[in-house]
Every structure is written in structure tokens, then in C-alpha cells.
Design a protein around this ligand. Structure first.
Ligand code: GCO
Ligand code: MG
Length: 413
């Protein structure tokens, strides 16, 4: 069974997605997600110009060999663009293999280890009343674990906060924005003040615990903004509120930063959504500096690489907490869910929920019931792409915001 065709499909049902569709000589179709938020066309070109020509005529069954060919064979390896491109090929080939076997992918990964994957949703609000409303909405939707992000007094729009439209209709938080400056697509700029944030966040968690009680698992994302000693202070000040995790408290490329954080706090730590290689975790695992792995299947080389990474994590008692924002497409989300069901060291799955328009283009078979996600039992990944629907949504440039301190200095966003 050879690969006879591989095409890149870009669609923008409210936000941009890049999907690789591979077809075999037997007519089996596999899908892979290659979306890198704000840099979509770079991955599309990497695939179309450099990967697709190598795929045609290759044996579709040889997934490991294809992975190694694309990784080692490129010479210039790693990085988000390369690894997202490899991930798309890898996911599509696993999709094909599982379809041929007439099994949902999790069966090929060892079968089910659980009946469903605990999901966490994103509650947010500019102030406490809005945050409480959002938490209640998530509880009504069935979420049993909730991430909390709020506005900070004195700052305007910041990371992670949804807002109301002029018509008063609620929209959920979406990180990439469509913004034009003199007709050119341009990131919006936000203003940041870490000291104001550090003063405010513990008061928010105290209020949430007082209102919703001690049981509900609560998570928080620091989004790379703190120095090690600031992150240590935040982790310590949040200890009374028993967080499920504190995510990305420091910029991820500095692995030893977490030594300082770890020395000072027992708040569990999660990191890795911007990582793209198992090597990004080497110090973190071997020195036991983290508790949860945040990588996305899409950004870390696919199912093959993610399975190895999670097995490495298991050796150190580290659990999964795979990235599941709206910028991971339903195809990438499905790949995560098959791993969530199969692996032993599952922790939690982020579930930010795609828009109705996205779900018209990507027909999914995963379910969310009683707070648990399940990938479904359709053969393969269980996601179909409606190409006619996809074609109706043209690529529209959108970027993640840029963060600046009050004096104008660019800061991590
Ligand atoms: C998360 C993430 C996202 C990222 C987004 C960037 O924890 O879900 O931090 O919100 O900001 O994926 O594209
Ligand atoms: Mg995050």
C-alpha cells in the first residue's frame, strides 16, 4: 500500500487550520494536523515544497521509518515548523493504518486503559463576577476540572480572558486575532505588569475556593511571564488553594529555571506546550522538576514521538496533560484523545472546544460526557474533513498578541 497523493488543505472557519491529507494506492485516506498558530503558511510550504515530493511512492505502513527519514533526513531538525510537518505525516499514517485494521487508533496503541479522559475547560472573566459566571457555565457543561484566568486591575486585555461582544453575546477566548494596521496584518499589543499580576492572582483563587469549595480541581496558566523567583513566589502563595497545576510559570526554553521554583513550592508544575522535542524535557524529567507534560501531538512530531515522550515521562512518574487549545485542529485533538485513552500515565486533557463552524468542516466522532472525553470507536482517528465546507473558508492572517511592559519593553506573551 503506497502513498499516491498528499495534499495540504488550508481552511479558516473562524481561525486558520493546516491539514495534510494522504491517500494510498488502496484508496485509504488519512488526515494529519499541521497547524502552528500565526505561522500557518510556513508549515504548509514545508509540507508542500519539501515533504510531499518525498512521500509519493513510499510504503504507507512504514510509519517509524518515515518519521526517521523526515527527522534525520532533513539534517536541520527540530523546531515547531519541522515537527508540525512531521506530526501531520505521522498522524495521517496512523489514521490510515488504523482504518485498514478497522480499529480506532487507541487499539493499536495498546487498547483502552480507562473509560474516558478527564478534561479541563477554560473559565475566564475580566473580573470576579464574570469569572464566577464562566465557572458556572463550565460546570453546567459537565466540566469536572477548570482552568481559571482573570483580568488584573490596572491592565487591559491580557492573555486568556474571553469577553463579551457589543451585542452582549458571549464569545470564548481565542488567542489569535485578525488585526489590520494600514491594511497589513499585524499582532495586537497588550500591556503587562508581573508585580500587579502576582498581587492579584492569590486573591482570585481565594475567592474561587470560598465560592466553589475545596473539591473542584483548579488550574492556572502563567503563560511564560515570570522570572524563576517570581514563579516560586506565586507557586508558594497559591499552595493554600490546592491547584491541580500551575502551567508555564517561566519561559520554557530555560529548563533549569524550574529548579528554583521547585525548591520553594509544592504547587504541581506543568510545562511544554511550546516544546517540540523529547530533548526539551531531559533535565525536567531526570531532575524531577515537573509533574505534567503539556506538549501537543501536533507540535511534537505526531503520535509516534508523543508516545515515546510519554513513556519517558512515565519512568519519572510524570503524567500527561496534553495541549488542547482551539489552535490544535480536531484532527490533532483526536490524536491526543487516542493516546489519552491508551497510555497508563494519563493526567488530564485540555479541552478548549472548537467553534460550530470548525466542527462543520471537521466532522468528529469524539464525545464529551460527564466531564470525560472519549475518541469514539470509528476506525482510525475518527475525524473526516468536509472539503467543500473547508473551501468556503479562505485563509485569513491572524496573529498571537505581542506583550509589552509598561515602559514599552517586549515581554513574553
Ligand atoms: C493553553 C495555551 C494556549 C496558547 C495558544 C497559542 O494553555 O491552552 O497557553 O492558550 O496561548 O495555544 O497558540
Ligand atoms: Mg498554556
Amino acid at each position: 500500500m503506497q502513498i499516491t497523493e498528499a495534499v495540504v488543505i488550508i481552511t479558516s472557519p473562524g481561525r486558520n487550520f493546516v491539514t495534510l491529507k494522504i491517500t494510498t494506492s488502496d484508496g485509504v485516506v488519512g488526515l494529519g494536523d499541521a497547524t502552528v498558530n500565526g505561522r500557518e503558511l510556513a508549515v504548509a510550504s514545508y509540507l508542500t515544497d519539501h515533504v510531499v515530493p518525498m512521500l509519493i511512492g513510499r510504503e504507507a505502513d512504514n510509519i517509524e521509518d518515515t518519521w526517521q527519514l523526515l527527522y534525520r533526513g532533513a539534517y536541520w531538525r527540530r523546531g515547531p515548523i519541522t515537527m508540525a510537518a512531521i506530526a501531520a505525516v505521522d498522524m495521517a499514517l496512523w489514521d490510515i493504518k488504523a482504518k485498514v485494521a478497522r480499529m480506532p487508533l487507541f487499539q493499536l496503541l495498546g487498547g483502552a486503559s480507562r473509560t474516558g479522559a478527564l478534561a479541563y475547560g477554560h473559565a475566564s472573566g475580566a473580573d470576579l463576577p464574570a469569572l464566577f459566571d464562566s465557572i458556572r457555565t463550565h460546570l453546567d457543561l459537565g466540566f469536572r476540572a477548570i482552568r481559571i484566568q482573570t483580568g488584573v486591575p490596572g491592565l487591559g486585555q491580557i492573555y486568556g480572558i474571553g469577553s463579551d461582544t457589543a451585542a452582549g453575546e458571549r464569545y470564548d477566548y481565542e488567542p489569535a486575532r485578525r488585526n489590520l494596521l494600514d491594511g497589513r496584518p499585524m499582532p495586537v499589543e497588550e500591556v503587562w505588569d508581573t508585580r500587579a499580576y502576582l498581587r492579584h492572582v492569590p486573591t482570585v483563587f481565594e475567592a474561587v475556593r470560598n465560592e466553589f469549595g475545596p473539591e473542584l480541581p483548579l488550574l492556572h496558566d502563567g503563560h511564560h511571564r515570570m522570572t524563576p523567583i517570581q514563579a516560586a513566589r506565586l507557586g508558594k502563595s497559591l499552595e493554600p488553594y490546592d491547584l491541580f497545576w500551575l502551567e508555564d510559570c517561566t519561559p520554557g526554553e530555560d529548563q533549569t529555571a524550574l529548579r528554583t521554583v521547585r525548591e520553594h513550592t509544592t504547587t504541581p508544575l506543568a510545562i511544554g506546550e511550546v516544546f517540540n522535542s523529547v530533548y526539551d524535557y531531559q533535565t525536567l524529567f531526570t531532575e524531577r522538576l515537573v509533574d505534567y507534560v503539556r506538549s501537543a501531538v501536533t507540535h511534537t512530531g505526531g503520535v509516534t514521538a508523543m508516545k515515546k515522550l510519554l513513556d519517558f515521562a512515565a519512568v519519572y512518574g510524570v503524567k500527561s496533560g496534553m495541549h488542547g487549545p482551539t489552535d490544535v485542529s480536531p484532527v490533532g485533538m483526536a490524536a491526543a484523545l487516542h493516546l489519552d485513552i491508551a497510555i497508563h500515565n494519563f493526567g488530564i486533557q485540555e479541552f478548549m472546544q472548537h467553534s460550530a463552524a470548525t466542527l462543520e468542516v471537521f466532522r468528529t466522532s469524539y464525545t464529551f460526557e460527564g466531564g470525560l472525553l472519549h475518541p469514539g470507536t470509528a476506525p482510525g482517528l475518527g475525524v473526516d474533513l468536509d472539503e467543500t465546507a473547508a473551501a468556503a473558508f479562505e485563509y485569513t492572517p491572524a496573529y498571537l498578541p505581542v506583550n509589552r511592559l509598561r515602559d514599552g519593553t517586549v515581554h513574553d506573551w
